[in-house]
Design a protein around this ligand. Structure first.
Ligand SMILES: [Zn+2]
Length: 85
């Protein structure tokens, strides 16, 4: 499971959690450059896709995952909506 948060206008953090919801790693994405090891080998790592999905969500709180083909899957956290009503 992944969570994304915006730190500054052009800086985001992607946090990865393991199966027991323990934080595993945090990557910084600044000006579309990710701090993860994969981004040194490839120009575009999967966290950039994740960030774009995050940016496309206008409202609500989401957590993210990847399917077997490494496509981003966004999951809306409905509990936040219910608590607001
Ligand atoms: Zn990355």
């Amino acid at each position: 499971m992944y969570l994304v948060r915006q730190k500054f206008s052009d800086e985001y953090e992607v946090a990865k959690f393991d199966e027991r919801d323990r934080p595993e790693s945090v990557y910084k994405i600044k000006k579309n450059k990710c701090s993860c090891p994969a981004s040194y080998r490839t120009k575009r790592c999967k966290h950039i896709n994740l960030l774009e999905s995050f940016k496309s969500k206008k409202d609500g709180i989401y957590w993210f995952d990847f399917d077997s083909a490494n496509n981003v899957v966004a999951h809306k956290i409905e509990a936040f909506d219910e608590a607001m009503e």
